[in-house]
Design a protein around this ligand. Structure first.
Ligand code: SF4
Length: 1010
């Protein structure tokens, strides 16, 4: 008997029929459909599926993948109650299949026409079983995933089969390591039910990798890494029907945001005799059909939905009616090791049954056709040839006549041929960039609308996407054969206030952002707090929770263990227990005002947790709070609490002058009066990058008009020119070009050192370090040691942005998490490579994020002593994608710039001596101001600054020594050229730089008057 009313079911079915947005409650109701209601549900789902197939030119086709199953290890650290795959070491001849065994299975599969090698294995068995650890040690692998990686390469090279990796929970870093060796990967979400994980006796109890939050994070990290990813839900393991509905919505959220979910498996639990859950009844096939149909309606026409054909008895037609378009992997050789009692159907039988429902069965590859055809960034260039050998170039499906043969897997030779607009470093100042955005703007950063929805979680209503989706990103509201599938919101358009770029809103709007753009959609616009400046894009709500590495104890510098601890305050928490802002509950600590200093209400209502950054110019507190904080800053600079520091960021007028004076005194105590600079050259060796940093206007796709890559000779030539102009340093950073081998960075360093042995090589951001280490499968430490040997003298501490993942995952799609940044930096310090430290601020962050970021830097410095300076990088918004998309605000205000430079000096007093401002991002007058408020260093002459110029900075791409001196002159402070390490350059270097005025001739162009 159904637990829901007939009328509720009819209502939900009518909405499904009409393509209306379905919410969790309605979906839960629909999951109960049986009998005639189930028939109606299946009919609606079929229509959506058919429309989706028509849209991709596969009308009437249901796919499958001919695969061979490689159970690399049946050991697992988890203990799932239904699993018959995992076992104990004593029941196995060896903890892992040997390489020969792997290859034997793969060869047999290839001989039978398989094209996929499905690597299925337990989660990190070495963490639980010493036998697994010993086996890996004996065979020279750091961990199970290194062995997976090695075997995937062997299979590619010796059989031509395409690996699909199913190794359980993967970290962001694991995904970077594995992406070059497998065209697709997968992990079932299974369920979002926490009860099953947390309660004793439930299916996932005692299985650390079955924490739904962990598994959702894997799906997100796969999306961020552009990995075509298979996931799905498992029904009948003790979850509720609501849990099922929520699990489907959770998958949809990730699919929409990143476009990387290539298929969703809806799998039914089948009890196995030798498991703890053997007494539980199987999920019924009607239940399975209802779940598939609901998944189809929620996920929409673009997502491929699969039911494993060996688990559906003879109900093939029912599953097809429910809306599947794929039967998954079917093996003519190996059993389903996860469901060994249920053999795969013969492919000929599957073909017959599929035809009986009016569909044709066609073979696909493990990577779905949409991703095959899209190519980059979904497919690593190292796999292009392997996939091309098997794929039909028109449909992206498997070629029936494809011949399996091993092909070499190797690091690409490319990456160093000079290509593209190699004069961009000069032309950015003359003819400028070709377009204001890259050609794949609509999808390289993920889906903007989904991102906005994530930032406004109250919005549970699906909304249409105004952008072109990624290969299979569900596009709600997409017309699907007369059905608006996946649920367009009922007439709610979401262009959001944020969609307006600066200047498009009505001048004079003084109220909420919603008023700035009449009719602009709901959500983000409506939620912007009062005080928004006219024309300023609404920014998202972000909690001020500090994550990874931001130590709770960072609030007390000197006592902390350096960033290791998890973030302290959770969203909504008060700061340090101090009533910041003097206001009770909701005292304003928000970040950041878009309004210019002094125009918004001090103490305007915001949220302690942070924040609609961009909306409100913070109220850091009452004047009394600021005064108290100033007194504390003067007496105990490093001891400021979070609330006091946030209060200081709101200082204005005389209080701001006083703050600057305190910082100026501390600067004098720390480093004296000298203002320093280095004569250096930036060499950005490529701007091709698909990482998807949403603030970055520098990165281009390979085929964009402004894309370029320098050859090693060109890099060396530029270093030589810089040397001739008196430089002591080159700063090298570039895009994460998919063609670059992991050793490319070593070659770059060597190329510079060979040509200019005396040059200090300041090179490679932590993102590049991770990229290099991942591609070579080296540890970070080993990679850094090799980089040092190749000539890297110090690392830029860039890629830090704000060291809070809540902020980072808005700012970037795929860049490294905060924890990884900390690991790279501290490892660099450990192996004797000093680094700078940076903070890019004024986008979607708030003041509390800044304070915690600076405190984290301090705590790291107390631990390692490896930072040479702290560099403040105001966000340059003009061409930044996240600004163009209407999500970030247009950079910090002048008041904020003064305040945060001073605060950095105060908070870092006694730890980091050198505080650097960025003339690239600040105008000269602002540089002068901050020089009188704690700053002692101006960075370098740079010679060719392209990154900020591409983002719209108007402060030029170089500064001569004369210009730097002129900038400082009015302050009356002495100016001194320094080395990277703040020493004194040799007389020969000083003479050479004086002669060139710190900038080589080739980059000096007459700037246009306009
Ligand atoms: S910041 Fe670096 S990693 Fe990110 S998109 Fe730009 S070039 Fe790529």
């Amino acid at each position: 008997m159904s637990l829901v009313s007939d009328s509720a079911l009819r209502r939900a079915l009518a909405r499904a029929r009409d393509g209306k947005a379905l919410d969790v409650t309605e979906v839960t109701v629909l999951l109960h459909a049986r009998g005639e209601h189930l028939d109606a549900l299946l009919e609606h789902a079929s229509r959506v599926r058919d429309a989706g197939l028509r849209a991709v030119g596969r009308e009437g086709i249901i796919t499958y993948s001919k695969k061979v199953f490689i159970p690399l290890t049946r050991l697992c650290r988890d203990r799932c109650g239904y699993c018959t795959f995992a076992t104990a070491p004593h029941k196995l001849p060896a903890p892992f299949l040997s390489p020969d065994e792997v290859l034997e299975i793969a060869r047999q599969g290839a001989a039978m026409g398989c094209k996929e090698a499905l690597f299925t294995l337990g989660d990190r068995p070495e963490d639980r079983w010493h036998q697994a650890r010993s086996w890996l040690d004996a065979h020279g692998y750091d961990d199970t995933l290194s062995y997976v990686r090695a075997m995937a390469i062997r299979v590619l090279e010796e059989t031509g089969l395409l690996p699909h990796l199913n190794p359980g929970v993967l970290t962001w870093r694991d995904l970077q390591r594995l992406k070059p060796v497998a065209p697709s990967m997968g992990m079932m979400l299974e369920t979002t039910s926490r009860r099953l994980f947390e309660e004793k006796g439930e299916a996932h109890y005692g299985s650390p990798d079955k924490d739904p939050a962990v598994r959702l994070r894997v799906l997100e990290d796969a999306g961020r890494t552009n990995v075509p990813f298979t996931t799905g839900i498992l029904i009948g393991i003790g979850e509720t029907v609501e849990d099922r509905a929520e699990s489907i919505f959770a998958i949809r959220r990730v699919a929409r945001e990143y476009g990387g979910i290539q298929e969703v498996i809806v799998q039914n639990f089948r009890a196995k005799p030798d498991t703890a859950m053997r007494g539980l009844p199987d999920a019924s096939l009607e239940e399975l059909a209802a779940t598939i149909a609901v998944a189809r309606l929620v996920l929409g026409p673009r997502v491929r939905i699969q039911a494993p054909p060996n688990l559906v008895d003879s109900e093939y037609a029912l599953m097809i009616r429910a809306g599947i378009d794929d039967w998954g992997g079917v093996s003519p050789l190996t059993p389903d090791h996860v469901n060994p009692e249920r053999p795969w159907p013969q492919i000929s039988l599957l073909e017959e049954r599929t035809a009986e429902s009016g569909f044709q069965l066609r073979e696909r590859l493990t990577i779905y056709p949409e991703y095959v055809l899209a190519g980059e960034p979904w497919l690593d260039p190292r796999l292009f040839a392997h996939v091309a050998a098997l794929a039909d170039p028109v449909t992206g499906l498997a070629r029936p006549d494809a011949e399996l043969r091993g092909l070499p897997w190797q690091e690409p030779d490319g990456g160093f041929a000079s290509a593209g607009r190699v004069d961009l470093h000069v032309e950015v100042d003359t003819s400028g960039r070709t377009h204001d955005r890259r050609d794949d703007f609509d999808h390289v950063y993920g889906d903007w609308t989904a991102l906005r929805d994530r930032l406004t979680p109250a919005s549970s209503t699906p909304t249409p996407s105004p952008t072109t989706p990624s290969p299979t990103a569900p596009s709600d509201g997409e017309a699907a054969g007369g059905v608006t599938a996946g649920g367009a919101s009922d007439g709610a358009s979401l262009t959001g206030a944020g969609a307006a770029s600066a200047g498009t809103a009505e001048p004079g709007a003084t109220g909420s952002a919603a008023s700035a753009s009449p009719g602009a959609g709901s959500d983000s616009a409506a939620r912007v707090a009062p005080g928004t400046a006219a024309g300023v894009p609404a920014a998202p709500a972000l909690g001020a929770r500090v994550v990874e590495g931001a130590a709770a104890d960072a609030a007390h510098p000197g006592t902390g263990s350096a960033g290791a601890a998890a973030g302290a305050a959770s969203a909504g928490a008060s700061v340090d227990g101090v009533a910041a802002g003097g206001a009770s509950g909701g005292a304003s600590l928000t970040g950041a005002g878009a309004a210019s200093g002094g125009t918004a209400e001090s103490g305007a209502t915001g949220s302690v947790a942070g924040a609609q950054s961009g909306a409100v110019r913070t109220g850091g507190g009452t004047p009394g709070d600021v005064r108290r904080a100033l007194r504390r800053a003067a007496a105990d600079p490093g001891g400021l609490s979070d609330a006091e520091a946030v209060a200081l960021l709101a200082a204005e007028g005389e209080a701001l002058d006083e703050l600057a004076a305190i910082a100026d005194d501390l600067r004098r105590q720390a480093v004296g009066d000298e203002v320093t600079y280095v004569v250096n050259r930036n060499i950005n060796f490529t701007n091709v990058c698909y990482t998807g940093c949403r603030f970055c206007a520098f990165a281009q796709r390979r085929t964009d008009a402004d894309a370029y890559t320098l050859s090693l000779d060109q890099v060396a030539d530029r270093a030589q020119e810089a040397w001739d102009a008196g430089a002591t340093e080159v700063c090298m950073q570039g895009g994460i070009h998919p063609d670059l081998p992991g050793t490319a960075y070593f070659d770059l360093a060597k190329a510079v050192k060979e040509r200019t042995p005396g040059m200090h090589v300041h090179a490679f951001s932590p993102m590049e370090v991770i990229n290099g280490a991942s591609r070579t499968d080296m540890s970070i430490q080993a990679w850094l040691e090799a980089a040092k040997e190749a000539g890297v003298d110090s690392l830029p501490g860039t890629a830090a942005e704000i060291l809070d993942d809540d902020v980072r995952w808005v700012l970037t799609k795929g860049k490294l998490p905060a924890k990884e940044w900390v690991e790279v930096i501290t490892t660099a310090h450990k192996v004797g490579i000093p680094t700078t430290s940076t903070m890019m601020y004024g986008h979607v962050d708030n003041h509390l994020h800044w304070v915690r970021h600076i405190k984290l830097i301090r705590s790291l410095q107390e631990r390692t002593g490896g930072f040479s300076e702290f560099v403040l990088l105001p966000f340059v918004h003009t061409s930044a994608p996240i600004y163009l998309a209407g999500i970030a605000r247009p950079g910090p205000t002048a008041q904020e710039n003064r305040a945060v430079h001073a605060l950095a000096r105060i908070l870092l007093h006694g730890a980091i001596k050198n505080i650097q401002c960025s003339w690239v991002k600040l105008r000269d007058d602002l540089c002068r101001q901050v020089l009188q408020g704690g700053v002692n260093d101006l960075g370098g002459t740079l010679m060719e600054e392209t990154i900020s110029r591409m983002a719209g900075s108007e402060n030029g791409s170089y500064k001569t020594i004369s210009e730097l001196r002129e900038m400082v002159e009015v302050t009356g402070r002495p100016v001194r050229q320094r080395t990277t390490e703040y020493g004194v350059p040799t007389d020969e270097r000083l003479a050479a730089s004086e002669a060139s005025d710190g900038v080589c001739k080739s980059v000096r162009r007459v700037l246009p008057m306009a």
